[in-house]
Design a protein around this ligand. Structure first.
Ligand SMILES: O=C(O)CCC(=O)C(=O)O
Length: 364
């Protein structure tokens, strides 16, 4: 692997890269955003950025009871290909490859607009085996609806649900993303992150790009959204060597998984972010070890990134983060879920909190 994870990203799980597009490209992107906002002022229905559910245009602004209080435009880079302009920057691909290995998917690209006076989004982790960057369409200061993140929390930490009494409250060690329109921030999807409230009087907009290694998912979140023509238009925005990130290859994913993991290990890797025992067993297996696939050179292992390679798993450190009340609450739930699964009653199980790793068969 030619390029190492940049030091700050490795250490903090966060990296600010300034001005990844030209002034002209930013102006074109903002014009495209304006077109979308005029056509779909309330965005689209939305349940989770990591499932392949298709959103339909909303007819009213988000309510506090909605899944998110922000306005979401799913697979936005396919509706307006000019919004993929940041991907043309070669440094982006070197950084993505340094984290998830070669041959990754563009697993999702969505726009999120935080209207004025929107509350916080709770702390969570996003899918394992992936990395995200967020592109600022508006300059962001403090409490303007930007991402917040606890530096270093991508290593040796349980999911926030088990480690915080209130995932919606600010964390004493969190830092807030601030920057200029046109800047991007890479973040480790396994870092504890959330969204700050937008206390300003203007809406703030960001585009998220998530890249997954092929061993963790056999599909992409946008697979049921854009038409084949829209996918071709998106590809045409980028050099040919980048087109592979739009290509599904479920058989390769199956081989990358079953060649190295048992069905139980695959399940614990998928469930790791909402089941504590699964998280511990997955972390023990992966931390401090090479994250490269033994049979497929350059590919990383399922549900793994290169962040964990140089850091051994510390059970003491991990357990030290756990909070008794959330732990008990969710541990009881996990035991019940496991019992139901063994009884073959998984159909009646509630959806997990973050069902992002659902392995959905691609459209024929
Ligand atoms: O809005 C943010 O900054 C965080 C978004 C995020 O992590 C998510 O949608 O999963």
């Amino acid at each position: 692997m030619g390029f190492d994870i940049p030091m700050l990203l490795l250490k903090n799980g966060l990296l600010h890269v300034k001005s990844v597009v030209s002034r002209e490209a930013l102006a074109e992107m903002l014009a495209a955003v304006k077109r979308l906002e005029e056509k779909f002022p309330y965005g689209f229905t939305h349940n989770d950025n990591y499932t392949s559910a298709v959103g339909v245009p909303k007819t009213e602004s988000p309510k506090p009871t909605d899944y998110t209080a922000t306005i979401i435009y799913p697979y936005v880079g396919f509706m307006e290909p000019v919004l993929l302009a940041p991907l043309a920057h070669p440094l982006i691909h070197e950084i993505v490859e340094s984290v998830v290995g070669k041959d990754y998917y563009l697993s999702n690209v969505w726009m999120q607009s935080a209207p004025p006076r929107t509350g916080r989004m709770g702390f969570h982790k996003d899918p394992r085996g992936s990395v995200t960057f967020t592109f600022l369409l508006d300059s962001l200061g403090s409490r303007m609806g930007g991402t917040v993140l606890v530096p270093g929390s991508h290593i040796n930490t349980p999911p926030p649900l088990f480690a915080m009494n209130d995932v919606n409250a600010p964390h004493p060690d969190e830092i807030e993303i601030r920057g200029d329109a046109g800047d991007i921030f890479f973040f480790a999807t396994e870092a504890w992150h959330a969204r700050a409230a937008n206390e300003s009087s203007q809406g703030t907009r960001r585009i998220f790009f998530n890249f997954s290694n092929r061993s963790s998912r056999n599909t992409v979140s946008w697979m049921n959204g854009p038409t084949p023509e829209q996918v071709e238009m998106a590809k045409a925005m980028l050099p040919e060597r980048m087109h592979r990130m739009f290509q599904l290859d479920p058989e390769l994913t199956a081989n990358l998984q079953t060649d190295v993991l048992s069905p139980d290990e695959i399940r614990s890797g998928m469930n790791a972010h909402y089941q504590i025992l699964a998280d511990i067993s997955h972390s023990r297996r992966t931390f401090g070890k090479s994250s490269f696939h033994p049979k497929y050179p350059g590919y990383t292992l399922p549900f793994t990134t290169r962040f964990t390679e140089r850091r051994p798993f510390s059970m003491i450190k991990y357990l030290g983060y756990l909070k008794p009340i959330p732990l008990m609450k969710f541990a009881i739930r996990d035991v019940l879920l496991e019992k139901l699964r063994k009884l073959g009653k998984s159909a009646i199980l509630p959806a997990p909190f973050f069902p992002f790793n659902s392995q959905v068969a691609p459209k024929k």
